[in-house]
Design a protein around this ligand. Structure first.
Ligand SMILES: *Cc1c(COP(=O)(O)O)cnc(C)c1O
Length: 851
């Protein structure tokens, strides 16, 4: 092959337009409508052609057009306003700094295998990535000191198109990083900054790229560099591509390389947040760095680094966890274990549930959980499901005490709301409405918007969506080789003013995309009712290896060919952020039919909220906690089924019934001005009650309050004075693990009578043998509550008992509790570990009950 001297060409802007550079390089534009409009006005066709990529567009726009713009007063005024706005945004202090003046040394590093920020940076596959992107945007709005860490893939996630039979085909785009709104990070000498990680027998290098997301930098690692062997260049070749070994390599670069990149950049996070287990190797590397910094052995370093780490899990099924076989771990981690001063077997134990099961694969979720101090699920229901899955890790604690909580996911409202609706809300609520927390009176102002005005704005966006869907359908057909007349027919599909349902998701089987098609005749009657027609827009990709998912798409396409429904069901290919935005801004109803409780949270339905769309969904994920009758519709009542066939039958019936008897009639019930008053009233309730809650501004603030700030403070306290507090903490741990077994509750005395009335108080006195433990090492608790048929107390309450001193060798404790509820009740007594620097029981799953 001839040697190619490669170089890249950057846009040459007239001096007067130079601020377009900064505007295009800061992703703030992706949630600032005036800046998007500014870019679009430069060259609307090129804006579409470049996939809404201002960098690429500026590089391609005709030089004459640039000269023209440099003399266009209106354009320049708009541009200067956008530049001023960005400067103001970057220069202002966010809510976090105002509310936490004492925690300004906090630095959060947020790790994720994918980030979805804009359709023009195809570095995401779906929900997880978009959540990560929205997390960064809200962190920026709140002024939270946070940096993102991820991988930059040469090949983005695949593009989807369908062949004539409706079978999904994939193409893999290759990113030219130089046309994306990203920049390489340079070292002090102006050369690209590299870090390396160790693969068997060789180092692998990665360079670092940066995307500026408002105030937040996102650093992305890329192994496609000259120093690497050709196969190592492909480690960051594709998102979720390749085999298990490649996945392991990617996760090493993300977790271990990510920590090294931060260090090379001079960033020292006090809190690391793992968005799903892909980045869990960071726990090992962060501990290794802590060993070096404080000269500690691994066990102490792990304690310190875990104190400042948070793990969020997103899967509701054990099969969803990322796992690696032992041989792979051995290949990549045997030597690394030496650098930690651990035996390889001990390192493996961190990734196993049952440390005696040698054949158990290495589970990244366990590794993450054991290297963090906080672990959470992503909706109330998912928190419950996760506690059930993890119960075995806290034997002796009841299910509701399993220390895994939840922070319900959200969406970044400004990124998903239409320009028109945003303008309307600004008119009635003021310019900062999106940043107002839930519960603030400002949200009530939505009620003051005249029904007709709100409805008109929504109608405009539905029209825009239909226009877009027709145009997209005709280009899809043309690509499939359809005839001119078939293409011309597209103009007749879909109708303005027709109740429009959106359904878009990954075509995984649990999402049950074809539930709606279960009774085709009934569905046809619903769609084709001449007075009250309904139409459906569908989008979504199946995983390239998931033939079942592809079969679902094919079935939909075949059904949609039926002349009776051809005009009312349209499949939009290549679901991405742009398609999603059109859908959520324009549809009336968002339909979601997962198999409960398989949807950990789901976020697409949240994207409708501020846009005035309504949700119609199974009570799963976020909808299980959001639903009330004023804000939308629930399919079923939150049942979990074991018979999938029966479930589909019952739930599809429920869905048809809701559509026929509630959704469709309410939509078409109009007043004299043709406004559906009842419908608009639901729109307002949903906007008022749900949009300030199910957004990432609330979500990120919650992570900050409940996890980042406490983790930061604890990490700072433990790290102070050369980590002086860590050693006593680890020694306490060891003591409790060693002697806990010998602890006994030897005698329980109480004032309890067999028949007791509500409100009466029970006094309890116990004697406890603590063996070699001191009374400061533990707490003794009364645990009381309703008793189950099997004699256990499944959801009890704990009250601390008071230490009264020693009698003989035993410790005496007294306490009391009040009988609150009538019925079968009971109490027991237990000893739990206690240390002022420990999080119990998260970090110490030990308990000794009275026997
Ligand atoms: C929001 C979004 C998702 C995630 O949707 P879920 O409802 O969480 O499954 C996936 N893909 C795209 C393009 C999205 O915009």
């Amino acid at each position: 092959m001839p040697r190619v001297y490669s170089f890249h060409v950057s846009p040459k802007l007239p001096e007067r337009l130079s601020c377009l550079n900064e505007l295009s390089l800061n992703l703030r534009w992706s949630w600032h409508h005036p800046t998007i409009e500014l870019f679009r006005s430069i060259d609307p066709d090129l804006w579409e052609e470049t996939g809404h990529n201002p960098r690429w567009m500026l590089g391609r726009v005709d030089q004459r057009r640039l000269i023209e713009l440099a003399a266009d007063e209106a354009f320049l005024a708009q541009m200067d306003r956008a530049a001023d706005d960005l400067e103001d945004y970057l220069g202002s202090v966010g809510r976090f700094a105002l509310e936490h003046p004492l925690d300004l040394s906090l630095v959060v590093a947020y790790f994720s295998a994918e980030f979805g920020l804009s359709e023009c940076i195809p570095n995401y596959a779906g929900g997880l990535g978009i959540l990560a992107g929205d997390h960064l945007k809200s962190a920026s709005d709140l002024g939270l000191p946070l940096v993102g860490v991820g991988l930059l893939y040469q090949g983005g996630y695949f593009h989807q198109y369908l062949n004539a039979d409706g079978w999904q085909q994939e193409t893999y785009p290759i990113n030219d990083f130089h046309t994306l709104p990203i920049s390489p990070v340079m070292d002090g000498n102006g050369a690209p900054l590299f870090i390396s990680v160790d693969f068997p027998g060789r180092p692998v290098f990665a360079r670092i790229w940066k995307i500026q997301v408002g105030r937040i930098p996102l650093y992305l690692l890329d192994t496609n560099v000259k120093q690497n062997r050709p196969d190592d260049c492909k480690v960051t070749g594709a998102l979720y591509g390749g085999d298990r070994e490649l996945r392991m390599q990617q996760e090493i670069v993300l977790g271990i390389g990510g920590m090294r990149a931060l260090k090379a950049l001079g960033i020292h996070p006090t809190v690391c947040h793992m968005n799903e287990g892909h980045s869990a190797f960071l726990g090992l590397e962060r501990s290794r760095m802590t060993m070096e910094e404080f000269n500690l052995p691994y066990y102490q370093a792990r304690q310190l680094s875990a104190a400042g780490s948070v793990f969020t899990t997103h899967t509701p099924v054990p099969a969803g966890f990322d796992r690696f076989d032992t041989w792979l771990m051995e290949k990549y981690f045997r030597q690394y274990a030496d650098t930690l001063g651990l035996t390889f077997e001990r390192l493996l134990d961190y990734g196993r549930q049952d440390q005696s099961r040698r054949e158990e694969p290495f589970n990244m979720a366990f590794l993450a959980a054991r290297h963090s101090a906080y672990c959470n699920g992503v909706s109330r229901l998912h928190g419950e499901v996760t506690r059930k899955m993890a119960h075995e890790m806290w034997p002796g604690y009841s299910l509701n005490e399993v220390p895994i909580g939840y922070v319900t996911n959200g969406i970044h409202t400004r990124s998903w709301i239409s320009m028109e609706m945003s303008a309307l809300l600004t008119r009635y609520m003021g310019p900062r409405w999106a940043e107002e927390p839930p519960g603030k009176a400002i949200w009530e102002r939505i009620e003051r918007i005249p029904d007709g005005e709100l409805w008109r704005v929504h109608q405009i966006r539905r029209e825009r969506l239909i226009h877009y869907a027709r145009a997209r359908l005709s280009s899809q057909l043309r690509r499939r080789g359809a005839t001119d007349s078939e293409v011309a027919n597209c103009a007749g599909v879909l109708g303005q003013g027709v109740l429009t349902i959106g359904f878009a998701r990954r075509f995984a089987t649990y999402k049950r995309a074809t539930l709606l098609l279960r009774d085709p005749a009934r569905l046809k009657r619903i769609l084709n009712n001449p007075e009250r027609p309904v139409q459906i827009l569908i989008a979504g990709k199946a995983h390239p290896h998931d033939n079942e998912g592809k079969e679902l798409i094919r079935r939909i396409i075949h059904f949609a060919r039926d002349p009776e429904v051809r005009r009312s069901i349209v499949f939009l290919e290549d679901y991405d952020i742009s398609v999603a935005r059109y859908l959520v801004q324009g549809v009336d109803v968002w339909l979601n039919t997962p198999q409960r409780p398989n949807e950990a949270s789901g976020t697409s339905g949240m994207k409708l909220l501020a846009n005035g769309g309504l949700n119609l969904s199974i009570l799963d994920g976020w909808w299980d906690e959001a639903y009330t009758p004023e804000v939308g519709w629930a399919i079923g009542h939150g049942e979990n089924y074991t018979d999938a066939e029966a479930q589909d039958q019952i739930e599809s019936e429920a869905l048809y019934n809701l559509l026929e008897h509630e959704v469709v009639p309410l939509f078409y019930q109009r007043d004299a001005a043709d406004v559906p008053r009842g419908w608009v009233s639901r729109m307002k309730s949903s906007m008022t009650q749900l949009s300030p809650v199910f957004c990432t501004n609330r979500m990120v603030a919650e992570y900050a309050e409940r996890f980042y700030v406490p983790a930061h403070r604890r990490h700072v306290r433990l790290a102070a004075d050369g980590a002086a507090r860590v050693k006593p903490l680890v020694e306490w741990r060891r003591r409790v693990l060693e002697f806990g077994r010998q602890v006994r509750v030897v005698n329980v005395d109480s004032s309890l009578q067999q028949e007791t009335q509500v409100g009466s108080e029970v006094k309890v006195t116990v004697r406890v043998q603590l063996a070699a433990l001191a009374s400061q090492d533990v707490r003794v608790q009364i645990y009381y509550g309703a008793v189950d048929a099997d004699g256990s107390i499944p959801r009890g309450q704990a009250v601390e008992m008071e230490h009264q001193g020693q009698v003989g060798g035993d410790h005496l404790y007294t306490g009391r509790f009040e009988c609150r509820d009538s019925g079968s009740s009971g109490f027991s007594v237990r000893v739990i570990p206690y240390h002022e620097d420990a999080i119990v029981p998260y970090e110490m799953p030990w308990v000794q009950w009275a026997e």
